[in-house]
Design a protein around this ligand. Structure first.
Ligand SMILES: NC(=O)C1=CN([C@@H]2O[C@H](COP(=O)(O)OP(=O)(O)OC[C@H]3O[C@@H](n4cnc5c(N)ncnc54)[C@H](OP(=O)(O)O)[C@@H]3O)[C@@H](O)[C@H]2O)C=CC1
Ligand SMILES: O=C(O)[C@@H]1CCC=N1
Length: 264
């Protein structure tokens, strides 16, 4: 039995993914703070909605998907009810496995996971790390949950805040770029719907080439950049405005924010 505690945007995305991967609703439990939200999830997915304590006591795998700021309260509530043979998987940004282990009975295995919202279309990037009591079996169990909804990579926990900044938040940077490019289309007089279609299809085409062509991103960009042409004129402006440096600093700021979340 798998229980998802905190079924907001990420918890619901994982819930829907696990169901798409073939688990039955009767193999799942959901615990939510708001009754209204719980009722909606019950209606939408046919899953049983229970209290945090009941979920902790009944399920052998607990997926904690509350906000990092709510993790201490949740663990205080469920800690004494988690069986020592259970597996705890946390997707919370910043929260270390040590933080979780300290609030659970001695020896409970914890796996930290950083997924991203493309879980919803089975194209997630998830990074997994073992806590101090988690072994190969526990990592495999977490990977079994995540592989049907995308790619999974194992990294040491010391890189999890970086993974959160890079791939956890990653989709948001691409959406931000799309928004800005659509605005540019508007500036050039394009109808909004046409601008959106052009930009989204360019993004999809670029993403498929990045994934499938086997070429490095630099080569792909060079192939678009004709000598004396239009693309290099745009790239000169991106460089003049320090866009590359801004991206490096933005992702470093996200990593640093993850570290702050760990200290409450
Ligand atoms: N969104 C994303 O792209 C990603 C998010 N994450 C991580 O996933 C976690 C959830 O993020 P996100 O889904 O965006 O946030 P949401 O706020 O959408 O979801 C959190 C949910 O948990 C509920 N909740 C809070 N406290 C409790 C509690 N004590 N018991 C039961 N339910 C509770 C919240 O209810 P209420 O609304 O009433 O507070 C809410 O429904 C975070 O830790 C985040 O770092 C990881 C990767 C990507
Ligand atoms: O913004 C956040 O804190 C979460 C973690 C990664 C993506 N969203």
């Amino acid at each position: 039995m798998i229980a998802i505690l905190g079924a907001g945007k990420m918890g619901e995305a994982l819930l829907s993914g696990v169901l798409r991967a073939g688990r039955r609703p009767s193999d799942l439990l959901v615990a939510e703070r708001s009754e209204e939200r719980g009722a909606l999830l019950r209606e939408r997915y046919g899953v049983e909605v229970v209290s945090n304590r009941e979920a902790a006591a009944k399920a052998d795998t607990l997926v904690l998907a509350v906000k990092p700021q709510d993790m201490g309260t949740l663990l205080d509530e469920i800690g004494p009810h988690v069986p020592s043979g259970g597996l705890v998987i946390s997707v919370a940004a910043g929260i270390t496995t040590a933080f979780i282990e300290d609030r659970l009975p001695e020896g409970v295995p914890v796996v930290r996971v950083m997924p991203n919202t493309p879980v919803l279309v089975d194209e997630a990037m998830s990074v997994v790390s073992a806590g101090s009591h988690a072994d190969e079996t526990h990592l495999r169990k977490a990977e079994e949950l995540l592989t049907p909804v995308g790619k999974v990579l194992r990294l040491p926990e010391s890189l999890q805040d970086g993974a959160t900044a890079l791939s956890g938040s990653g989709p948001a940077y691409f959406y931000y770029l799309v928004e800005a490019m659509v605005d540019a289309g508007i500036l050039l007089g394009m109808p909004r719907a046409a601008a959106l279609e052009m930009v989204v299809q360019s993004a999809v085409g670029a993403a498929v080439m990045l994934r499938d062509s086997g070429e490095h991103p630099v080569t792909l960009r060079e192939n678009v950049t004709s000598p004396g042409g239009t693309t290099i004129a745009a790239i000169r402006e991106l460089e003049r405005h320090g866009v590359r440096a801004a991206i490096l600093e933005a992702i470093e700021a996200a990593r640093n924010r993850g570290r702050e979340l760990a200290s409450g």
